[in-house]
Design a protein around this ligand. Sequence first.
Ligand code: AMP
Ligand code: MG
Length: 593
Amino acid sequence: MPIELVWRAMSDAAPYKGKSPFTMLSVEECVATVAKQVLGPLGVEELALADALGRYLAEDVVSAAPIPAFPASIMDGFAVRSSDGLGTFPVDAEQFAGNDVGPLQPGHIRYITTGSAVPVGADAVVKVEDTLQRVKSSGEVEIDVLVSSKAGANIRQVGSDTAKDEVLLRRGCHLRASELGVLAALNRSCVSVFCLPRVALLSTGDELVELGQVPDESRGQIVDSNRPLLCAMVKELGAMVTDLGVVKDEVECVRATIADAFKFADVVITSGGVSRGNKDYIKEVLEELGELHFGEMCMKPGKPSTFATVKSAENQPRLFFGLPGNPVSCFVTFKLLAAPAILKLAGMGSLRSPVYPRVDAVLCQPVQMDPVRPEYHRARARWDSGRIVAESTGFQRSSRIASIAETNCLLEIPKASGTLAKGTVVKALLLGGLRPEAEGFPSAPQAQTALGSCKRRRVGLLLLDTAQSSKVTEVLRASLDGPELREERRPKEAEAVKKVVESWCQEKNGLDLVLVLGELGVGNKDAEVVDTLRNMVIAAENVADLILHEALKETPLAMLTCTVAGYRHSTLLATLPDAPGVGQICKLITSLP
Ligand code: AMP
Ligand code: MG
């Protein structure tokens, strides 16, 4: 670069923002910085039980009275004096749950149902199955007691379920349906809970249109998807949301809206405007309004995440999270930074950050590492034969919203060069909803089974650019007994390829095998096609290895080609090189049992 240009770039007169001036903190440092600013729950309020669902308890809940409060029958049967032993007895009365018909008459037994108070005079209950009933000709009923009982048999003694003064729920406990049930059993119609944090949300970006409006794509407009996402994530935490809409990328608008939000909100969350674009104003506005604690986080995605606090009249400072605009960054950084803080303000007990179970998970696919930043790789974790396995959500670019669909964990991929092999155990933060075995999406073991059993007779052959089909069709016709063969030619363009693959690999009635024939190497167009195909399938690594292995026999240049192999629904898709040996590879794939 000429000297003069270097000088201009370094001086104040430089027209564009350059490198970030913020010190990049590690994720752990950022999480700890946020945690330090959250002093504790916001306040306490008394709520009717029915309104307390999802809240966090602000008191230890103690049983004010023993449960049961009276000796109660555990069985439907007969209340007896245990000292009377076996014999035949008249029934003095019937005692149903919820009524009292006085003490047991001497020489009698009492019909009693489950939950009824055992009458004074009785000290045991004989279940109905241990008796015989006799109806005399006079209509009088007598009962043979066939088993003798010890005192106390089949009776729940006072306080035997819950003693008086027993602590059943602790402060900070999350009130779900089960806890409301406990409170109801203690006859608690009101309960003391922590107040909900008020969270204000806004999106920044001149390019954004409201959900449901039609973006003018010729101008680069897009739908604001971050706000609905953030709204829902805040609601999932149980906090109160105020939606402040989209704010234009004008410094005055950004400043005024955020300053107004701090007048009422405990937490303000924005998306976009934190990077190094000339219209990214969030950081400078927060430096004016409050204290900016960090403006760069060493992670992928979410590097420019910003955290600030603003003093308030109350003890607890107001929190500000400036999340990046890319939807995936917005999702991940919300989970790592904002969600724990909101939960702590809401009164979640025993709060550690991050708040997610950190478990070991086995990779279902190889995962490429980043040499500069650790990555939080979105994945779907499930329980599988005694361990947690994690299926990647595919291509992880921070704009690719599909990578958060049905994600239930973030895999902590360390900063390093190279690739973590399939089967590697990594740490995973469970965001919730661990899937049961073999549920929801096709798992790798299922995919393997399908490979072993399927007769691939309906085949699609997609020829890219100059690819020759004759060898492949010859092999297909020879190796498959009367295959239904479809053939299409397309230019090497991601959209065109995607359309054909989608129509051939439909969930219902998709083809058995789709072969994409063409040279897919390092060119830009090649990379787009490869990315598109990878995102459309669940990888079948072994098939990809097999293809590469065969191709390498032809030429070492095969190392430079990109192979995609995997399942889309029940269709096996594989890319084949446009090389003389393709017939052999094709033979191998079709000969799989
Ligand atoms: P920014 O962080 O503002 O530089 O935005 C980074 C990328 O995220 C850009 O491609 C934006 O168009 C996109 N983006 C920003 N805000 C949103 C939003 N609310 N919804 C969807 N995409 C967004
Ligand atoms: Mg922006």
